[in-house]
Design a protein around this ligand. Structure first.
Ligand SMILES: *[C@@H]1O[C@H](CO)[C@@H](O)[C@H](O)[C@H]1NC(C)=O
Ligand SMILES: *[C@@H]1O[C@H](CO)[C@@H](O)[C@H](O)[C@H]1NC(C)=O
Ligand SMILES: *[C@@H]1O[C@H](CO)[C@@H](O)[C@H](O)[C@H]1NC(C)=O
Ligand SMILES: *[C@@H]1O[C@H](CO)[C@@H](O)[C@H](O)[C@H]1NC(C)=O
Length: 406
């Protein structure tokens, strides 16, 4: 009945508006977007100052950084603020050595930062040696030192590296192992290749996180826009070890949704649906058993669970947040009202389901006996494995979270 009322409300809502107008938004996954104004990240800028950069390129770097970082509302660490969204920015320059021009938490306003940018990148140095590895090491240390003073452990770390060459490949000065270590520790790396040599561009791109390699074509507005978008996308992140729902399962640079998922296996003495609900909420604040409002999400969930658990389970059967309590409902974050299942949004019932009397039924995704398509269907679990899938809203510039980012 409530399903019917909600549908009626949706239709009537078009002409009379006390009904929440965006009720259908409740069944829609949102793509990551945001506003640079509200950025909350820890950023280390790493700039090549060797002669392989030109003074014109260095000017372009200053100009780009000034415009991008100048659009952020709050620069520097903030203490007990009403709005904790702020961005700390430190600066490292390097060539055959690296210099930390300013620590992560040293600038407490944009004007502090502006002075650092303008004074530390005036002209290139008199050397053709350029070891990004030294710049990355200095940035890594600055993150560590900065964190120990600011305790900003839930802010995503990002390196923006302006790089004219990739030297030291295969030697002890190779940047790759350090870049890998940083990325393994949830640091995102944005590279800006300041060279027109396509071979060097490709080598530099290999240092970057997926989808975050840029090329400086000496077009400031273009680079400002690209860098702004890159930072906003980095700010849309999931808890460590959770997967982010994307438009293309097989492409980790395809547009991401503000939706994170993680699969778990119940352990110890407590099993079952109720336990799974509590387990999700214990993992992350506001996490709940997963919903499926589209085929895209259903497919993503299944692929993720297969990838994660096939080594351990011959059949993948796992709870999602669909259950029957007077009517079919989807789980929501603790404290929010349940969301009625809406058959016009999406459904993937197994043959014979749902049943007329479904009292106390809980639903799992599973392949179906006799079905040869290999697809997963919704039905009460047909095995005793206690896998389940949790879901939580990602962070974004518009949604502050306390996911740990060590
Ligand atoms: C970089 O500078 C530091 C201190 O100024 C020095 O100890 C170190 O040897 C230098 N490294 C290189 C590779 O020149
Ligand atoms: C750097 O290389 C360029 C081009 O090969 C050369 O003209 C310049 O003198 C070199 N600079 C130094 C400091 O060796
Ligand atoms: C992955 O997605 C990105 C962004 O939409 C796109 O540019 C790229 O071509 C895609 N890669 C593949 C292999 O489909
Ligand atoms: C539905 O199932 C419940 C639980 O098995 C049972 O108590 C109830 O009587 C059933 N109702 C009907 C209408 O069959």
């Amino acid at each position: 009945m409530r399903v019917f009322l909600l549908l009626a409300a949706l239709i009537l809502g078009v002409s009379c508006s006390p009904v929440p107008q965006n009720s259908d938004d409740l069944y829609t996954y949102k793509l990551c977007t945001g506003n640079i104004k509200n950025l909350w990240l820890d950023v280390m800028v790493v700039v090549d100052k060797s002669q392989l950069m030109t003074n014109a390129q260095l000017w372009q770097v200053r100009n780009t950084l000034t415009q991008v970082l100048g659009s952020i509302s709050t620069i520097g660490p903030v203490k007990y603020p009403a709005d904790p969204r702020s961005t700390c920015v430190g600066v490292v320059t390097y060539d055959d050595n690296a210099t930390t021009q300013s620590q992560l938490d040293a600038s407490t306003s944009f004007s502090d930062l502006y002075n650092v940018i303008q004074s530390s990148m005036v002209a290139v140095d008199n050397t053709n040696n350029s070891y990004l590895s030294l710049g990355l090491l200095a940035a890594e240390k600055a993150f560590k030192d900065g964190r120990s003073r600011t305790f900003r452990y839930n802010y995503r770390k990002v390196v923006i590296a302006f790089v004219a060459d990739y030297q030291g490949q295969g030697t002890s000065l190779d940047a790759m192992p350090i870049a890998k270590r940083l990325k393994d520790n949830t640091v995102s790396i944005i590279t800006v290749a300041c060279t027109s040599d396509p071979v060097k561009q490709a080598a530099i791109a290999a240092i970057a996180s997926p989808g975050l390699s840029l090329i400086d074509e000496m077009d400031t507005p273009k680079l400002v826009k690209q860098l702004t978008n890159a930072l906003v996308s980095v700010n849309c992140f999931c808890p460590k070890d959770w997967a982010q729902f994307r438009t293309d399962i097989n492409n980790d640079t395809s547009p991401a949704y503000t939706v994170c998922i993680a699969g778990f296996k119940a352990t110890g003495g407590s099993y079952g649906y109720k336990h799974a609900i509590e387990y999700c909420a214990d993992e992350e604040k506001s996490a709940h058993l997963a919903n499926e409002f589209s085929k895209e999400k259903h497919d993503f969930d299944n692929k993720y669970m297969e990838t994660t658990f096939t080594w351990e389970f011959s059949k993948i059967v796992y709870y999602i947040g669909l259950n029957y309590y007077k009517q079919w409902i989807w789980e929501t974050p603790a404290g929010q009202s349940d969301l009625p299942f809406n058959p016009s949004v999406y459904s993937k019932w197994a043959p014979g389901w749902p049943q007329a009397n479904s009292t106390d039924q809980v639903i799992s995704n599973q392949k179906w006996i006799g079905d040869t398509s290999g697809e997963y269907f919704w039905a009460p679990p047909q095995t005793n494995d206690w896998l389940f899938l949790c879901q939580v809203e990602s962070s974004s510039t518009e949604h502050y979270t306390d996911f740990s980012q060590f």
